[in-house]
Design a protein around this ligand. Structure first.
Ligand code: MEV
Length: 442
C-alpha cells in the first residue's frame, strides 16, 4: 500500500522527481528521463516557468502555431494559436483565406463590464438591510480607493454596487452585486480585491448600524468572488457574402451549400446534443488564441457555455441566415480577456503572441478571439455539410499516426504523398507503412 507523503512541497525539484519515479513507475530511470528532457537549459527561463505554479517538475509543451490572412475590420492579422488538435490551425487558415477574398470579418465590441459578488447571510428585516446598504454604499467605494485608484485614473473601476435579495431561492441569502470596468486587464485580482474590501467594510459597519438589532448586525459573509459569467462583456463577429460566391467546394453548388450550412446552424440552435459539439468547434479556435495570449481559458469556457444556455436550453453560439441571396453568419460571445497583467508580461511566448497581434487592447483581443471562433465554426460546418469531417481530420492526424508507428522522415514523406489521393484510416496507414518497409527491405 502506498503511503501519503508529508512535506512534498518542501522537497527540491529533483527530490520530487525521485519520489514520483520511485513510487509510480516500473522503470524509474526512464520516467526521470522523460520528465527531465523538457527542462529548459536556460536556467532563468526555467525558473520563471517553475514559479508559475507549485510543485513544478517539468514543462508541458503544446504546439504554438499561427493562422495567417485574417482580415478583421479591414486589418490583416496572423493569429497565434496554442493547441494540440491536428486540424485546428489548418482549418482556421483555410477559413481566413476564404473570407479574405469575401470582405473579411466584421467585429464590434458590444459591452465590457464584469460582475463580482459578495454573498452573505442576514436574518432580519429587509427594509433595514436596504437602509443600511444605502448608508454604507459610499464607504464601500471609499474604503476600496487604494485598490481602485490607478484603474480609475485610466477610466475604469467600480461601475455600480447593488443589493440583491435572494431569499426566495435560499433562506437568508443576499448579495452585494457589483459591476466593474477593468479596461485592458482581465481584472480577476482587481475585482476580487475590491470585493474582499467591500465584505470587510460591510461586515464591520453593520456592527455599528443603529437600526439593526444585535442579531441583524451580525451579517455572515459567506464569500467574495468575481463571476466568470460575463454576458455584458460581449463581442460580435460576422461574415457575409452573396450566396453564389460560396463556391469553395466543388462537390456541391453554392446555393445548396449555403442552405445546408444554414440548416446545420438551425439544428445546433434547437438540439443541445449537436449544440455542444457545434460550440466545441467554436471553442477550438477561441481556446487556442486565449491560451496563446496568456489568458484564462477555463474562465472563458465556463462563461461561454453559461451564455449558450442563457435562454434555458443549451444552444448554438453562432447563427446564420440567407436573406435576398446574401449569406450571413455571425455570433455574439462573452469574452473576459486581458492584454496586461497576469501572464501577459511574464511568459515569453505570450509576449510574442501579443506583439504579433500589434499589442492589442483587451477590446481588440476580444474581436480577434471571436473571429478565430467563428472561422473555426465556418470551417467545421463547411466540412460537415460537404465532404464530412473525417477526410480533413484524418489527413491532419496522419502525422500523429506516423509518429506513433515510429516512421522515419523518409517514410513520412512517402506515406503523406500516398495519402494525398487515398482515404486515411488507422489500418490503411499501418498497411501502407508495412508495405513500404517490405519494399525497402527487398
Ligand atoms: C472537432 O474538434 C470539432 C467539430 O466536431 C466541431 C463540429 O462538429 O462542428 C468538428
Amino acid at each position: 500500500m502506498r503511503k501519503p507523503i508529508k512535506g512534498f512541497s518542501k522537497l527540491s525539484k529533483i527530490e520530487k522527481i525521485e519520489w514520483i519515479a520511485a513510487t509510480y513507475f516500473k522503470d524509474a530511470d526512464a520516467a526521470k528521463q522523460a520528465i527531465k528532457q523538457y527542462w529548459n537549459t536556460d536556467q532563468k527561463l526555467q525558473q520563471l516557468h517553475d514559479e508559475f505554479i507549485e510543485n513544478t517538475i517539468t514543462n508541458y509543451y503544446l504546439p504554438f502555431g499561427v493562422a495567417p490572412n485574417f482580415l478583421i475590420n479591414g486589418k490583416l492579422y496572423t493569429i497565434p494559436m496554442a493547441i494540440e488538435e491536428s486540424s485546428v490551425v489548418a482549418a482556421a487558415s483555410k477559413a481566413a483565406k476564404f473570407w479574405l477574398d469575401h470582405g473579411g470579418f466584421k467585429t464590434e465590441v458590444i459591452s465590457t463590464t464584469k460582475i463580482g459578488q459578495v454573498h452573505f447571510m442576514y436574518t432580519g428585516d429587509f427594509s433595514k438591510l436596504q437602509k443600511f446598504f444605502a448608508a454604507v454604499k459610499p464607504k464601500l467605494y471609499e474604503d476600496s480607493e487604494d485598490i481602485t485608484k490607478s484603474m480609475k485614473k485610466r477610466g475604469g473601476g467600480i461601475v455600480d454596487i447593488v443589493l440583491k435579495d435572494k431569499t426566495e431561492d435560499l433562506k437568508d441569502y443576499y448579495q452585494l452585486h457589483a459591476t466593474f470596468e477593468t479596461l485592458d486587464a482581465m481584472g480577476a485580482n482587481f475585482i476580487n480585491s475590491c470585493l474582499e474590501q467591500f465584505a470587510k467594510t460591510f461586515k464591520s459597519e453593520a456592527l455599528h448600524f443603529d437600526d439593526f438589532s444585535e442579531d441583524e448586525s451580525r451579517i455572515q459573509i459567506v464569500m467574495s468572488i468575481l463571476s466568470n459569467y460575463v454576458p455584458d462583456c460581449l463581442v460580435r463577429v460576422e461574415v457575409s457574402c452573396p450566396v453564389d460566391e460560396l463556391t469553395e467546394d466543388k462537390s456541391i453548388s453554392a446555393k445548396e451549400f449555403a442552405h445546408k450550412f444554414v440548416q446545420a446552424v438551425n439544428i445546433a440552435e434547437i438540439e443541445p446534443y449537436r449544440a455542444v459539439t457545434h460550440n466545441k468547434g467554436i471553442m477550438n479556435g477561441i481556446d487556442a488564441v486565449v491560451l496563446a495570449t496568456g489568458n484564462d481559458f477555463r474562465a472563458v469556457e465556463a462563461g461561454v457555455h453559461a451564455y449558450a444556455s442563457r435562454n434555458g436550453s443549451y444552444s448554438s453560439l453562432s447563427h446564420a441566415e440567407i436573406v435576398d441571396d446574401v449569406f450571413r453568419f455571425w455570433m455574439e460571445i462573452p469574452l473576459a480577456l486581458g492584454t496586461v497583467g497576469g501572464l501577459t508580461n511574464l511568459h515569453p511566448l505570450v509576449k510574442v503572441a501579443l506583439e504579433m497581434l500589434d499589442q492589442p487592447t483587451a477590446k481588440e483581443l476580444m474581436q480577434i478571439v471571436a473571429t478565430a471562433g467563428l472561422a473555426q465554426n465556418f470551417a467545421a460546418l463547411r466540412s460537415l455539410t460537404t465532404t464530412g469531417i473525417q477526410e480533413g481530420h484524418m489527413k491532419m492526424h496522419l502525422m500523429n499516426m506516423l509518429n506513433q508507428l515510429n516512421a522515419t522522415a523518409q517514410e513520412k514523406e512517402k506515406i503523406v504523398a500516398h495519402f494525398k489521393n487515398n482515404t486515411v484510416t488507422h489500418s490503411a496507414v499501418e498497411a501502407a507503412l508495412s508495405n513500404l518497409r517490405m519494399m525497402t527491405n527487398n
